[in-house]
Structures are given as structure tokens and as C-alpha cells.
Design a protein around this ligand. Sequence first.
Ligand SMILES: Cc1cc2nc3c(=O)[nH]c(=O)nc-3n(C[C@H](O)[C@H](O)[C@H](O)COP(=O)(O)O)c2cc1C
Length: 236
Amino acid sequence: MAKLKLLGICTSARGRDSNTYYLMKKAFDALIDPDVEREIIVASELKLRPCDHHYSVDSKMCVHPCLITQIDKEDEMSKIYDGIISADIVIFSTPIYWGNHSQLMQLIIERLNSLENANSVHGTVVVKNKIGGLMILGHEDGYQHVAGGLMNFLSAMGVIFPPQAYAAWVGESDEDTRADKGRIEGDVAISDAFADLVGNAVGFARAILTCPDCGHKLNYEHRSKKKNYIDISKKT
Ligand SMILES: Cc1cc2nc3c(=O)[nH]c(=O)nc-3n(C[C@H](O)[C@H](O)[C@H](O)COP(=O)(O)O)c2cc1C
């Protein structure tokens, strides 16, 4: 069976101590599939410079590799760029902060603008044949809004989402984040929902990225702002 690479990017500010990381790690560990190589990047452990917003000066200045990556040797965003480019399945995880994704997630999105811009402005498809997934965690509300915003950007970047592409959990509005940890650890249904997300994303990747019989891998390039579909009405 063709090997697949599953990448998780955890964007909680609390890194490996976070509930977000806990659920992602548990879901990755729960996947029983020797043909899936897996890695979790803990974004808070990387030195990530915020975007310089060259795009706003001139969209042509937003390139891949990003200008920051090219000049700042201490910046570690290349680990995320390379991780995404080499992965078949990319799952982002984020806590909810005031109804939105994390600050780290936003920093990464703005730096990933260069991958989206490679296609839409420079005509080079960098991100292709990637299945996406999301893990969203809060203790009150807001996960649908967070999912919508993230899917909007990641889809524009070239990620393909399966149906029901996110797992989320929010508790009651009691402001007790520490109690959340007990709930999350003690409730199998919560970890099952996150494990299912991983299993479904991998299953979807197998179904559309690789041919089980011949080992052929999908090689589809979605050109931004161009027609990518075959107009069957014009076929003879
Ligand atoms: C500044 C801040 C704002 C938050 N806003 C929300 C919110 O709008 N909705 C929600 O459900 N939880 C909210 N939370 C709770 C966190 O999402 C929750 O504690 C989360 O599980 C923490 O994840 P972590 O373990 O990765 O740090 C907020 C937490 C912080 C620190």
C-alpha cells in the first residue's frame, strides 16, 4: 500500500501542555496504520517571525520561499512550509480565543499567504494533492466560525477538504479551563471524535490521492482564477 504522510500543526500558545496538543497527539496515536508516517509540529516551539506584509506593498513581493525565510536564518517557518509541501494530509489544531483561532494560527496563515500567492499571482502551484483537517477546542462556543474562517484560507491555499473536515469540542460556559482537562481526559466520546477526524482524513486521502492497485498518485494542479473543470456541454 502506498505510504502517506500525516502532518499535524498544533497552534496552541500552551504547546505540549495544552488540551489542544493532548487531543491531537491522542488522535494521531490512535491511528492504527503502519503505512502512515506521522509528525506533529508544535508551533509554539518554533521561532516564527510575523509576516512583513510585503503583499500589501506589491503582491509580486510575496513569494515562495517567503522573503523572511530567505533572509532571516533564525526564522523557522521553513519547517512548516516544508512539512506542508511534503505531507499528504495536513491537520491544523487551534484553541478558540474570543471566537477566533489562535494568534499563532493567524501568524502562520499570514506567512502561508506566500503559498497561496505563488498560485494566484505568480502562477506556480506549490500546494497540491493535500487533504486537510481541523481540530478546534474551546470551553464555551465559536467553533463553527473558526472552522469557516480556516477552511476559507486553507482551501484558497490549495488544500482539499473531505466532508465534515473538523473535530471540535467546547464545554460549558463556566470559565473553568482547568476542569476542561478532566472532562477531555475522562470522556472517551471526545477523543473518539478527534480520532475519527484523523481516520476519515486518512481514508479520504487513500480514496482520492492514491490508486491502491497501481500505486499511482493524484497529480492535480488547481490554477487559481482559471477554469479547472471540463466543460462537458462542449464535448462531442
Ligand atoms: C484569551 C482567551 C479567550 C478565549 N475565548 C474563548 C472563546 O471565545 N470561546 C471558547 O469556547 N473558549 C474560549 N477560550 C477558552 C479556550 O479556548 C480553552 O481554554 C481552550 O481549550 C484552551 O486550549 P489550550 O489547552 O490549547 O490552551 C478563551 C481562552 C483565552 C485564553
